[in-house]
Design a protein around this ligand. Sequence first.
Ligand SMILES: *Cc1c(COP(=O)(O)O)cnc(C)c1O
Length: 394
Amino acid sequence: MIPSVLPTYNRAPLSFVKGEGSWLIEADGRRFLDLCAGIAVTALGHAHPALVKALTDQAGALWHVSNLYTIPQQQALADALVGATFADTVFFTNSGTEACELAVKMARKYWFEKGQPERTEIIAFDGSFHGRSSAGIAAAGTPKMIGGFGPVLPGFTHLPFGDHDAVRAAITDKTAAILIEPIQGEGGIRPLSDGCLKGLRDLCDATGTLLILDEVQCGMGRTGKLFAHEWAGIEPDILMVAKGIGGGFPLGAVLATENAASGMTAGTHGSTYGGNPLACAIGLEVMRHVSDPAFLAEVNRKSAVLRQKLDGLVADHPEVFDSVRGTGLMLGLRCKPSVVDVVKAGYDALVLTVPAADNVLRLLPALTISDDEIDAAITRLDQAATAIAAHVPA
Ligand SMILES: *Cc1c(COP(=O)(O)O)cnc(C)c1O
């Protein structure tokens, strides 16, 4: 008999009743150190007092009004994002996949309005993840995601991640945009080099192609800059944001330049919930913290500490871990035994991590993780690795 919850997830037998910063408390009272953070969502940790206050204050005043009206909280969050980034304009969504939908629509509409309606092709990359909508799965293109869901939305080309010559060769007079994650998350914490991002920007500039960056996972302070592309010193035309921006409340956004957004006039796109007062009041509070240079400096400092300790962990457990990769607090440990077994051993050691492709264990702690909690993370990962090593044939 089918479970009452549609069984599209392989769920761990864990059920949490409370969150406090970097900790999750299980129904049986056990305290887990959370290096998953809702998959890079709870950027300020669980139950951050400022977010609880922003939510409850707004909940007591007004949750929702239609986008038929002006929404001051939405205006304030858009102004904050525009003020802190390359963008001239913002559309709010409830998720990353909806941000993908709009990014693709915006790029195609741009060329339509420029009188080149044949420019509809989007170049995307192997190993990518852009969400589970029809455009999102077409953009990723992996058999696992598109299998059985045909006909697949047409107009997507897939190239090897980071293969610059392949991109150069693939851009034609039908190309609308390049869509890429500066650091692949689901794909296994695979960073694109700064040189490669710069090269993509140059190719886009030379051909008029729009550069869409998907920073749903790597954005909002995760890498130690507000957005990961800032490390390369380049700017996209369109940016997809979600996950961390709501700190756990469903919120996403598409940021764009005035030029890239020029086709999106009244009536061309919309969302019932997107950018409602409750979501934006919370997003504004997240943004206030995460865009503070002192906050980002702390993310960078803690990243260096964690990374050094992870290097030590890899050295201590060469039979379990192969290497560390990633940037900021978006780190991955490539595993030798199945990553799924390492994640499970983590449950026994009371530490929560996330599996990714390429047999990589993802560490996506709250950006507010403390030095003591970093020490606890290493102790618990060490315990998990020791337990795994006992079962790995030498
Ligand atoms: C999670 C994710 C998405 C999809 O976001 P949802 O909110 O789950 O729809 C898209 N792109 C990237 C890079 C992601 O990590």
